[in-house]
Design a protein around this ligand. Sequence first.
Ligand SMILES: [Zn+2]
Length: 208
Amino acid sequence: MFGPQRELFARLAEGQSPDALMITCSDSRIDANLITQTKPGELFILRNAGNIVPAWGSNGGEAATVEYALEVLGIKDIIVCGHTHCGAVGAMVAPESVTALPAVRAWLDHAEATRRIMRDSYGALEGQALVDTAVEENVLAQIENLRTHPAVMSRLMRGQLTLHAWVYDIEDGSVHAFSPDVGQFVPVAEAGHGEPEPAERLRRHKVC
Ligand SMILES: [Zn+2]
């Protein structure tokens, strides 16, 4: 694989200037470069179980990655990309399934908002429909967590950053993005470039 791209890597050795930060799940079925049709050097990537961004104050690797992406690399787009059949999101809505996994259980506490939203607003859902909706709500909840990071909020205020909420469908390779215009996830090509606002999300709940 290296041979034909020797020139690219020689150029990348001089430094990186990625177009976007993509925050996605550790799930082995996700290939961030494949989904976005990008090459090495084009995407700054943060991965963990459940594509979670702990709210500001936890001082973990996620906050450091976000801060570096914005302050040093000057990234102007952050994508939070969840996916169908996400085991981490499944555990968010069924916490008893990870009782024997203390580290996982503690990590998922950062997605407590997702769990509560599902409990309080989607009580009638179950099975696959429950997880599918939780995947979407979790992406939106992590967008809200991103806003608590000073570097994010400061750039949003100046119009220098756009946040994107995506869900990748493992079965058919499609990507849906949250559209503030319709308050729903729609095929990414139709989603426009607006970012999800809290008010839009409330509108979406009314739609549901
Ligand atoms: Zn996952």
